[in-house]
Design a protein around this ligand. Structure first.
Ligand code: AMP
Ligand code: ZN
Length: 487
């Protein structure tokens, strides 16, 4: 079976055959969330898209080290992220909380929502505040190489100097003059030598909350720096895939490349992968535009644009029905269509165990399987894959209705295909089955607790009772035995 994977590389603007630097290992870095507020559905789309990439590479047998950072300091307001106030500090002041309380709250919230969407955790999830030393060291090297300068305790990257012997706009392909003309006159501009120069280290104003000592000032690292420092630390100076939303490409990733190149003259990643935006009425979903949805609002149907709620897996299915490089417009009608489609697919999935094999076959699953791989090998084309899975679903329904014959070998292949692609690669779960199974799981846990009690292992039996209570289930010990109820 031809298993060559092609990935669209923003760096070359072409689909390229994927060749890992050090197979079977793959290093992938994805820019994570800035944890100053709840993640909205647009953010979730980007992380679901990279979950698909992570899952498919793993399915192909690669051992992926997936690094996705958490930005918990240094991301300032404004497009480029290095002007204005630190997003987390600002929120902390408004809420009269420690910045780390804000970070903790929204990191936990982010993890919870990723789990609800069945997004696998990355292999490493480094934070900016946990890597201040690495970032200071990186600034030192860039300074030594002459590509940065100090003004009153702050360090700026010298884009003009860098561009003399590198190509600053290698990724965004913008004209430097145009970029300069489009730069708005924002804070810090008076200290910078060139309009495109950006901060590496920022001297903190006295009222700034999160700051650290450095050779230049008590201050904090700027946003772009953390990704350069942490990707190099965990994946080396050259790794396979760097990802993020397409909105990060023109500035954040452009500056990341400049920093890494200035430090060690190596393009950090071979493949630059960018996901497109979730939009609402054609406009990017964003917190600052005020058109963002929280996942919870979608589950509960608690939003003016919605006439009902949708389950997490319906939302995931909706996202996967679009290719990651296309924009996806959110609407109630689109959600309704996805809900129907997802139910149809999962209904046939549950029929799989009830199919009977015949001695002859009228279908060849190998061809269908090849088409599923072809779809994913064509730049992770999940909508085409889903169309193929609907073909599988039609086959299942016909066999179930005795309108089509399938032999044991093809039936086995069909089961594997559905499991591989629906569960492993697309990361979908059968929500209905999960709910139906809950009483059985609880009965089993109660049985384990009874066993512990019989062995006079009261510590364990109490731990089980308290644990269930924490997640909302009450146990009652009576004459007839133990019963459970939802609190
Ligand atoms: P942030 O927390 O703003 O740093 O964003 C986290 C990630 O979400 C980045 O990779 C962004 O590119 C991505 N992102 C932000 N808005 C959207 C959107 N509307 N659709 C898809 N991805 C988005
Ligand atoms: Zn980043």
């Amino acid at each position: 079976m031809d298993q060559s994977l092609f990935i669209y590389n923003t760096l070359t603007r072409k689909k390229e055959k994927f060749e890992a630097l050090n197979p079977p290992h793959v290093g992938m870095y994805v820019c994570g969330p800035t944890v100053y507020s709840d993640v909205h559905l647009g953010n979730c789309r980007t992380f679901m898209s990279f979950d698909l990439v992570f899952r498919y590479l793993t399915h192909l047998g690669y051992k992926v080290r997936y690094v996705r950072n958490v930005t918990d300091a240094g991301h300032l307001e404004g497009d480029a992220g290095d002007q204005g106030e630190d997003k987390i500090s600002k929120k902390a002041k408004l809420a009269q909380l420690e910045p780390m309380e804000i970070v903790q709250k929204y990191t936990v919230g982010f993890h919870d929502i990723m789990q609800v969407f069945n997004v696998l955790p990355p292999s490493i999830e480094p934070t900016a505040t946990g890597h201040i030393i690495e970032q200071i060291e990186l600034v030192k090297v860039i300074l030594e190489h002459g590509y940065a300068y100090e003004v009153d305790g702050s360090i700026y990257f010298d884009v003009e100097k860098y561009n003399q012997n590198h190509n600053y706009s290698i990724l965004n392909r913008r004209n430097l003059e145009d970029m300069i003309n489009n730069t708005r006159d924002l804070g810090g501009q008076d200290e910078k030598r060139g309009a495109l120069d950006f901060a590496l280290w920022i001297k903190a104003k006295p009222e700034h909350l999160m700051k650290w000592p450095s050779p230049w000032s008590i201050g904090f690292p700027a946003w772009h720096l953390e990704c350069s420092a942490m990707s190099a630390k965990y994946l080396g100076h050259q790794f396979d895939i760097h990802g993020g939303g397409i909105d990060l490409m023109p500035t954040h990733h452009t500056n990341e490349i400049a920093q890494n190149m200035a430090a060690c003259d190596k393009m950090p990643a071979n493949y630059w992968v960018h996901t497109n935006m979730l939009t609402v009425n054609g406009q990017k979903m964003s917190k600052s535009l005020g058109n963002s949805f929280l996942p919870q609002e979608l589950f509960e149907g608690n939003h003016t644009l919605l006439n009902k709620g949708y389950s997490p897996m319906t939302v995931r299915f909706f996202m996967l029905q679009a290719h990651y490089r296309s924009t996806l417009d959110f609407s109630n009608e689109a959600m309704e269509a996805s809900e129907k489609g997802f139910k149809r697919l999962m209904n046939s999935f549950t029929l799989l165990d009830n199919l009977n094999a015949s001695s002859t076959t009228e279908v060849e699953i190998a061809l269908l399987q090849q088409r599923c791989y072809d779809a994913m090998n064509d730049d992770f084309n999940s909508p085409v894959l889903i169309a193929e899975l609907f073909e599988a679903s039609r086959i299942i329904n016909s066999v179930y209705d005795n309108k089509l014959k399938i032999d044991a070998k093809n039936l086995e292949m069909l089961k594997n295909l559905m499991n591989d692609f629906i569960i492993d690669v697309l990361g979908l779960k059968n929500e209905q089955a999960a709910n139906d199974d809950l009483p059985k799981v609880l009965d089993m846990i109660v049985g384990l607790r009874n066993g512990a009690k019989m062995n006079k292992d009261y510590a364990t039996s109490d731990r089980i009772r308290d644990g269930l209570q924490q997640i909302g289930f009450q146990l009652k010990d009576g004459k007839e035995g133990t019963t459970w109820s939802k609190m």
